[in-house]
Design a protein around this ligand. Structure first.
Ligand code: ADP
Length: 524
């Protein structure tokens, strides 16, 4: 096995001594695709690629000098090595966030709003560079990456405005000599733990409302995609957000997580990622009774009724299934198709899927990039094998792509049944399982027959059915005749084991606020 492949086999990042990293980087340099290599060197020379953690407004190495490699999943090459931090650095980041909280929370809402607005402007001004950085470390096609920059920035713009609308209440008192008030105050230091699939947006969705409320944050981005987070942190300083308000530590996830959970100064944990880790964090937060928001895994049903407009259903299903190579928690995971339209839909859908261009996200016209790493690829392969062994049929794709690496063919699997892994768990890859159903009641039953409850989609031209089914679905988000529904102005979050709390919209502010009741007595 080549050394390059050995590197790729590693599914989760491990800290390395500097010497090991340098040799890998030299080896990899020769292998890197020309486009990605020139982008990386341009971003590096313009100071866009940061490799240190960010604590108290200073760029710092890991205290023991350890580093961790960041890969380009399209080429397998090491882009750079970043600091591999742990508990000690996290404690210092918390202290710095806590000290800054005392001043940041005392600013007027208008002052905080101006800083956020400037941060939004700077992110938009650097959209291309941030998009390139994201494609480099995450693999998604460049257009999609730039779309995420705009989407991620939209949360900062929205919460810059929302900062000024943290209203309280005056409550009519039960006794004549009393006056009752409710005020909302920032919760304090926030620990924000984010995944690799949306390297910018999952951060801004948390950090923008936190800062708007007057909180300060310690961000732990995924070790697979820390570069976008670090670049965004640099822009936050340029925007005038004070040192210590935004801190970034990455490295040992468990050590950083433990330090965040153990600290009584951290008053809130906000997390996007797997249900397994989310449950651990929720349990760990109990010790110091922190506020918790969790955005966990989904198992989204996408229901195509007989009365759907076929073109709308095709377009919407393609959008919800294949964005980000199927690696989003709101991706359609089960496509339920009513028997009257099943054949027509599956033929047209397979044709559309077959035409998707797969490749390096920097290549023009590419619609699907690589899967993030080898372990994610194995998961996809094992789910497809499980389905085939239980009688499902591969309509299109069904295997690794000839490009090699972690590329997988856009895939459609027919005759999927409830007992198959593809129907029970999130595949998190470019595989569309089709399941046939007869009645609306059956579709609702199948859709709700899961512990997850994040996003659901339906395609129908009946307004009555739209309401009826929306009300019956046990999901936090419902898309009707639309496959991409996330927006900063609407609440995003799950029911059941898909999570707690909401991100985006006016509701997203509540996650970072305490409600305080004040009673003024003896007023007569
Ligand atoms: P995914 O499978 O999408 O990578 P994870 O839940 O494993 O989802 O990761 C999401 C984020 O949670 C990442 O930043 C990861 O490093 C972090 N993480 C993983 N394990 C822990 C842990 N024990 N404590 C804190 N953070 C963790």
């Amino acid at each position: 096995m080549s050394p390059l492949l050995t590197q790729l086999q590693r599914s989760s990042p491990t800290c390395l001594s500097s010497a090991t990293c340098i040799s890998v980087a030299i080896f990899s340099h020769h292998q890197m695709s020309t486009n990605a290599r020139s982008v990386a060197s341009r971003l590096s020379s313009s100071g866009f690629i940061r490799t240190q953690g960010f604590i108290g407004g200073k760029w710092v190495d890991a205290y023991d000098g350890k580093t961790i490699e960041v890969y380009n999943p399209a080429t397998g090459e090491v882009i750079t090595n970043v600091a591999c931090m742990g508990g000690r650095e996290t404690k210092d980041a918390i202290t710095s966030a806590h000290n800054t909280f005392l001043s940041w929370s005392k600013l007027t809402a208008a002052e905080r709003s101006r800083c956020l607005r400037k941060w939004f402007d700077l992110i938009m001004a650097n959209k291309e560079e941030l998009g390139q950085l994201m494609t480099l470390e995450q693999g998604k096609p460049l257009d999609e990456a730039m779309g995420e920059v705009t989407y991620g920035a939209s949360y900062i713009e929205f919460y810059a405005e929302e900062a000024k609308r943290v209203y309280g209440d005056i409550i009519p008192a039960a006794l004549p000599d009393r006056r009752l008030f409710v005020m909302k105050q920032p919760v304090g230091v926030v620990g924000a733990i984010t995944p690799w699939n949306f390297p910018l947006a999952m951060i801004t969705r948390k950090v923008a409302p936190a800062l708007a409320c007057g909180c300060t944050v310690v961000i732990k981005p995924s070790e697979l995609t820390p570069l976008t987070a670090l670049a965004a942190a640099e822009l936050s300083i340029q925007a005038g957000i004070p040192p210590g308000a935004v801190n970034v530590v990455m490295g040992s996830a468990s050590d950083i997580g433990e330090a965040l959970l153990a600290s009584p100064q951290v008053r809130k944990i906000t997390f996007t990622g797997s249900t397994t880790v989310g449950k651990k964090l929720m349990a760990g937060a109990a010790e110091t009774v922190k506020k918790v928001s969790l955005e966990l895994g989904g198992n989204a049903p996408c229901i195509i009724f007989d009365d759907a407009d076929l073109d709308v259903a095709l377009k919407g299903t393609m959008a919800t299934k294949f964005r980000n190579s199927g690696q989003t928690c709101v991706c359609a995971n089960r496509i339920l198709v009513q028997e009257g339209i099943y054949d027509k839909f599956s033929i047209a859908f397979s044709k559309a899927v077959e035409s998707m261009k797969v490749g390096d996200g920097f290549v023009e016209g590419v619609a699907q990039g690589p899967i993030i790493n080898d372990s994610a690829l194995h998961k996809v392969e094992s789910f497809v094998q499980d389905a085939i062994s239980k009688g499902a049929k591969v309509l299109i794709g069904g295997k690794r792509h000839s490009l090699g690496m972690t590329f997988y063919e856009p895939t459609v699997i027919g005759d999927v049944k409830s007992e198959m892994l593809l129907a029970r768990e999130e595949v998190f890859g470019p595989v569309a399982p089709l399941m046939k159903f007869k009645t609306e009641e059956e579709a609702i039953h199948i859709a709700n027959d899961t512990n997850a409850g994040l996003a659901a989609y339906m395609f129908t031209t009946s307004i009555k059915r739209s309401w009826r089914v929306s009300e019956a679905l046990e999901y936090g988000l419902v898309g009707i005749n639309e496959g991409q529904i996330s927006t900063e102005v609407a609440p995003f979050g799950g029911m059941k084991q898909s999570g707690l709390g909401r991100e985006g919209s006016k509701y997203g502010m509540d996650e970072y606020l305490e409600i305080k009741y004040v009673c003024l007595g003896n007023m007569s």
